[in-house]
Design a protein around this ligand. Structure first.
Ligand code: HEC
Ligand code: HEC
Length: 521
């Protein structure tokens, strides 16, 4: 997003003021020089002091003249000087914001340069995430619980030139600090036991921000376009239409590129539906180093590629999540169980347009609130409609969550079974992956809601998504999870690690992927 935040006006104005300031100082120096020269040449030698005026001296001004023309002239001169001073001061203040902007730009630039040095040098991010953050295969060594060598493999390191469109800066900072346990992504920050100071992590985040591609999020695009015509910078205001056009064109181009890749992979027979293709985007082609896929987190072994894990598209494995390696996200299998209410879809299975009201299976109309969230139909004490979803349990600030998945300690041994033969195949339910327990309202009644496996500690705000509609499902994919809140069954991680895809996938493809996960068995 950074490419449309920068304005060119600041430096230009600053340059003009510099020129004015320089001219004034040169003129002042010249005037002083002239005065000095005049004094030296025009002054005549003192001829001795006399009480009376000697013949060769000019009489000084008379009292009338002193209080009249001389005084007037001196006062006028003072007024002019005062006028000039009072004109220059406002100019100085006018120029001050430009100077400050210049300083901020300089700071951003310095951060980016230092970040880039760390990225390509010190921290060697470039070895796995490639130059410019486009991502690619990273070497990976499997070890057992005791750190003994098991096997070599490559693990696709996601593109980072869109990471801030998917995560907030805090979330990226969190990832840099704690890494991704169970993957090649180590904990880099001091809080996670890594070598980088928080200042260095900040440099890296600033550098990543400078790499970001065009966002596809319409809300962000519209906000940017609206901000152009109100910009303080005249040049930006003047070019606002062109700039707005550029952003729309760039977003369309990127959307088309993604749609073409999805269409290509379906045509090539890699996947059966567009939804499945989006879910696995880049599996065979390496498109955007898998950064737009869901399966890299929701399917065990996906990031190792189809050669190492040939079963990753099989029913019962694809999207069933959990487990090592890469099973950092919950199973989505049994999709309808997750979002059981299909009220957002029309009876023919097509999607409602925004603004159209969804119809429940019994034919009744479902009310939406002003944000488009479906309401339960019940009213609270104040007569306000009760929406689906959020169950508050304590204050977010009190949230002392424990997450075996995201903390530096790594994945809790009993959280998901790890198959040492790397088959990653939870093929029968007996020794395969088990979902965490479904969160019950009764779990939240006490001050602490500790779920089995120690994945969630007490007093977090927990967002259940009970009567889940495809709309709720869509919104969740669009926005992602918020750090400090646990979502879904068992309130999985509360690490905010489910990315938001509103900035990186076009809306029609998000719908396709919702259709796909809702259809999972
Ligand atoms: C040894 C290879 C390797 C190195 C070095 C490395 N990373 Fe990573 N990084 C990965 C892999 C692999 C993943 C994806 C892990 C997964 O599948 O969850 C990742 C994930 C990430 C993510 C999360 C992206 C997302 O979309 O999930 C960020 C941000 C990141 N790395 C930044 C960095 C930065 C900054 C550095 C340098 C300090 C760095 N990485 C160094 C391999 C590496
Ligand atoms: C970087 C890893 C990652 C990626 C990529 C990712 N997810 Fe997730 N997802 C998670 C995590 C972690 C959670 C658990 C959220 C929490 O509790 O914070 C989650 C939760 C979910 C849930 C809620 C599960 C439940 O039981 O209610 C759904 C649905 C989901 N993801 C779908 C998707 C889809 C579809 C995509 C691709 C468009 C995707 N995810 C991409 C990590 C990921």
């Amino acid at each position: 997003m950074s490419d449309f935040v920068l304005g060119a006006g600041g430096p230009i104005i600053a340059a003009n003021f510099r020129a004015i300031g320089l001219t004034i100082s040169v003129l002042t120096v010249l005037a002083f020089l002239a005065l000095f020269v005049r004094n030296v040449f025009l002054a005549r030698d003192e001829l001795g002091s006399e009480v009376e005026l000697a013949a060769n001296r000019r009489p000084y001004l008379s009292d009338e003249e002193l209080e009249g023309t001389k005084l007037d002239r001196s006062l006028t001169f003072a007024l002019v000087v005062l006028g000039i001073t009072s004109l220059i001061l406002p100019f100085y203040w006018l120029a001050e914001p430009g100077r400050q902007d210049g300083a901020t730009d300089l700071k951003t630039e310095t951060f980016e340069i230092r970040g880039e040095r760390l990225y390509t040098g010190g921290a060697q991010c470039v070895n796995c995430h490639a130059a410019g953050g486009v991502g690619g295969p990273a070497p990976y060594v499997f070890q057992d619980a005791d750190g003994q060598f098991l096997a070599n493999a490559t693990w696709t390191a996601p593109a980072l030139n869109n990471v801030l469109l998917r995560y907030s800066e805090e979330e990226v900072t969190y990832i840099l600090n704690f890494g991704r346990p169970g993957s090649p992504m180590a904990a880099w920050g001091t809080p996670g036991g890594g070598p980088l100071t928080s200042q260095q992590v900040e440099y890296l985040v600033a550098y990543l921000a400078s790499l970001q591609v065009q966002t596809l999020d319409e809300v962000a695009i519209n906000e940017y376009i609206a901000s152009l015509s109100e910009s303080e910078d005249a040049a930006e205001r003047a070019a606002s239409e062109e700039l707005a056009q550029d952003v729309v064109v760039a977003a369309d181009k990127l959307s088309d590129e993604i749609r073409e890749e999805v269409a290509r992979s379906v045509e090539a027979g890699e996947f059966e539906t567009a939804g499945e293709a989006v879910f696995n985007l880049g599996l065979f082609s390496g498109f955007k180093a898998g950064s737009l896929s869901c399966a890299r987190c929701h399917t065990q072994g996906w990031s190792l590629g189809p050669e190492t894990s040939p079963d990753i598209l099989e029913p019962g494995i694809a999207a069933c999540g959990g487990g090592n390696p890469s099973g950092i996200a919950p199973s989505l299998c049994g999709g309808l169980e997750h979002f059981p209410d299909d009220t957002w879809l029309k009876p023919d299975g097509s999607w409602l347009e925004f603004g159209e009201f969804p119809v429940a299976l019994d034919g009744s109309i479902i009310e939406l609130d002003d944000k488009g969230n479906p309401q339960t139909g019940s009213l609270d004490e104040d007569g306000e409609p009760i929406g689906y979803e959020i169950l508050d349990n304590g204050d977010l600030a009190d949230c002392a969550f424990e997450s075996g998945l995201w903390e530096p300690g790594g994945i809790a041994a009993d959280a998901y079974p790890f198959d040492p033969d790397f088959t990653f195949v939870p093929d029968d339910s007996e020794d395969g992956f088990e979902d965490p327990p479904v969160l019950q309202v009764s779990d939240l009644n006490g001050t602490t809601a500790v779920l089995s496996g120690g994945r969630l500690g007490g007093d977090c705000t927990i967002v259940e998504m009970p009567p889940r509609t495809s709309r709720a499902n869509y919104d969740f994919l669009y926005n992602g999870a918020e750090a400090g809140r646990g979502y879904g069954r068992g309130g999985q991680s509360s690490g905010g690690m489910m990315p938001g895809f509103g900035g990186t996938l076009p809306p029609d493809l998000i719908e396709e992927v919702v259709n796909y996960i809702r259809g999972l068995e």
